[in-house]
Design a protein. Structure first.
Length: 630
């Protein structure tokens, strides 16, 4: 027994150690952590035979897929889907359906696979790599460009398509042909789905509201795991996949005020378990099959990328996109993706594909992912507009006391303040359209991405005493801050933060100053609102200052003790006017501050009647926390 426990612990240590090293190494050389985890599994299993069976690891790692689809569901807010509806449900749908059917027919005719296996292979290879695609866009600072939005839309629909593809695997498996025709199973499935819909609509938000009042991180974490795993198990019992249940639960919580908290709690589990899943895939690969089938692999992988690139290019053009955009998206998304591993593993477990076929397909997908940087480079080289944009990357005359990165709405106002004070500013932005618009108003903006060290140096960061990071996306901001802190540690960093958790993460990075993008405008808005409702200007200003001070105090406490610290400070109202009755002649109602000072807030007998009815805290007793909440 003791020997068995030692062996298990040794395997866990090997998995963690080799996985961490391989993931870090492959990330550093630009191939991504997915291929690193695959390589770690192949090294520990088929090559060195340190770990024998990969099935148990795969079964645990499948929870990573469940958590991943839950997070995808959390990201699907209705307004975001609506803004990109044409590209997501037009271009994305066309790419998945046409590409999947075309590749399925090829697998059926050329490889001699059965219809069920050909469907799985065709649609599995039609899916591109979200991890690779978004990573390359982010590194190039192109996420918000037109081709970046088009690529994101296709990838988003592909992520959505994974849910029904995983759901049909049991029906395509041997013996599952008639599963869809059992009346009782249909009733159970419909009932489970309806129950999940009702629970998501009426129970989830109250549940998390109740858990949040406890103020304990482990309670919220337990509640998040309970929702994800509970919904996944319910859908599995109803005949669907666990991934589908988690995905539906995520959609119901997409508009919840606890969405970011849930995502933060689930993300570490998702990353760890998904990495374990890819290691399990590597452990399950048969090297003997790869040795005998290597000609097929090195032929099919490039051919697959050429076919997918041609198809995506044609569909983009059909949907009215420019030639340059179509070339860039085709080069970026020509590979097969990580969800192919998920689909092929599920198909092999359901005996739709043999273990040998699954190993060959995993190798084809892996090789296509390795070739992705090359295909992306070719897409950029073939785009004539790209050459013009690179020519505009001219930093002649750059170098000022302040380097401002990001010239969106926030950055424009900051720049006006600096320029009005007579301070020289070098402004850097990666949007050609925004730069051309700004030039019409007399601004000199330098084209370039703040996530590149050479661009920052060319823009004069070594001459700048301060860098103002005003980018409008959290991920981009973090990349700029991390790069500057690593390469230019002596530069002062003033940073625009996205929200409270982002502000705390920036403070942990050691920035010199950060401010949430909406905090001051929201305070001004709130102050104007209570003034319009009859609160005297002086009192309104003190209330706003009090809210600002308490918020800053809570932020400092959270910086020291964690995100849940200081929750009692949200509803504690420090400016507490003494409840008043109708004043008698000569009677002055004096407002008491917590420090005991009298601030002479006199309620005149001639004040308007509406103030005596309670709009200025007169004539009515109000709970301080109700006042604070407004």
């Amino acid at each position: 027994m003791e020997h068995g426990s030692s062996a298990i612990f040794l395997e866990v240590i090997l998995l963690l150690g080799v996985g961490v090293v391989a993931g870090t190494l492959f990330k550093r050389i630009g191939l991504g952590t997915v291929l690193g985890y695959l390589a770690a599994g192949i090294l520990m299993g088929p090559v060195l035979r340190l770990i024998g069976e990969g099935e148990q690891i795969l079964s645990i790692g499948e929870l990573g897929v469940v958590f991943l689809l839950f997070i995808i569901g959390l990201e699907l807010k209705i307004d975001r889907l609506w803004a990109l509806r044409r590209q997501i449900f037009g271009l994305g749908l066309a790419q998945v359906m046409v590409g999947g059917l075309l590749l399925a027919v090829a697998a059926w005719l050329l490889a001699g696979l059965g219809i069920a296996a050909a469907i799985i292979v065709g649609f599995g290879l039609a899916l591109s790599s979200t991890a690779f695609g978004m990573q390359l866009l982010d590194e190039a600072g192109e996420t918000n460009t037109r081709h970046g939005q088009a690529a994101f839309s296709i990838l988003l629909f592909q992520d959505l398509a994974v849910v029904p593809l995983l759901a049909i695997v049991p029906f395509l498996a041997p013996g599952g042909e008639g599963a869809g025709f059992e009346p009782m199973q249909i009733l159970i499935s419909v009932g489970a789905l309806a129950g999940l819909l009702l629970a998501g609509r009426f129970l989830l938000n109250p549940l998390f509201r109740l858990m949040a009042t406890a103020g304990a991180r482990e309670v919220m974490l337990g509640a998040a795991l309970f929702v994800v795993l509970g919904s996944a198990m319910l859908m599995q019992a109803a005949g669907f996949s666990m991934a589908m249940g988690a995905f539906i639960a995520g959609i119901f919580l997409a508009d919840s005020s606890y969405r970011h908290e849930l995502e933060a709690n689930i993300e570490p589990f998702r990353g760890l378990l998904l990495g374990l899943f890819f290691i399990g895939v590597g452990l399950s690969i048969d090297l003997d099959v790869l040795k005998s089938a290597w000609p097929i692999i090195v032929t099919v992988a490039p051919a697959l990328m050429i076919v997918k690139a041609g198809l995506i290019f044609g569909l983009c053009r059909l949907f009215g996109e420019t030639r340059g955009l179509s070339l860039r998206v085709a080069g970026l998304l020509s590979q097969a993706g990580e969800f192919g591993f998920v689909l092929f593993s599920a198909a092999a477990a359901g005996r739709i594909l043999t273990a040998e076929t699954s190993s060959i397909l995993v190798a084809i997908v892996s090789l296509s992912m390795v070739l992705t940087p090359l295909s992306t480079w070719l897409g950029r080289r073939l785009d004539p507009a790209d050459a013009e944009e690179q020519m505009d990357e001219d930093f002649d005359g750059a170098g000022s006391e302040v380097l401002l990165v990001g010239f969106s709405r926030f950055g424009q106002i900051v720049a006006q303040v600096l320029l009005s004070s007579g301070i020289d500013v070098t402004i850097l932005d990666s949007s050609v359209d925004r730069i051309r618009t700004a030039e019409r108003f007399g601004f000199r903006i330098y084209f370039g991405s703040g996530v590149r060290k050479d661009v920052l140096e060319a823009a004069g960061i070594r001459k700048a005493g301060l860098v103002a990071v005003c980018t409008n996306k959290r991920e981009t901001t973090d990349r700029v801050v991390d790069l500057i802190r690593s390469e230019f540690p002596n530069v002062r960093l003033f940073v625009r933060s996205y929200d409270r958790s982002h502000a705390l993460s920036l403070r942990a990075r050691g920035v010199d100053y950060e401010i949430r993008e909406t905090v001051e405008s929201a305070l001004s808005f709130g102050g104007a609102t209570i003034s319009a409702l009859g609160v005297e200007d002086e009192l309104a200003a003190r209330i706003v200052d009090d809210v600002r001070n308490r918020d800053n105090a809570r932020l400092k406490l959270q910086e020291a003790e964690g995100i849940y610290a200081g929750s009692d400070m949200v509803t504690t109202h420090a400016v507490t006017p003494e409840p008043l009755v109708k004043p008698r002649p000569g009677l002055h109602a004096v407002e008491k501050m917590p420090d005991g000072d009298d601030h002479g807030a006199v309620i005149d007998e001639d004040a308007p009647k509406r103030r005596r009815r309670g709009r200025l805290f007169a004539g009515r007793r109000r709970r301080p926390d109700r006042v604070a909440s407004r």
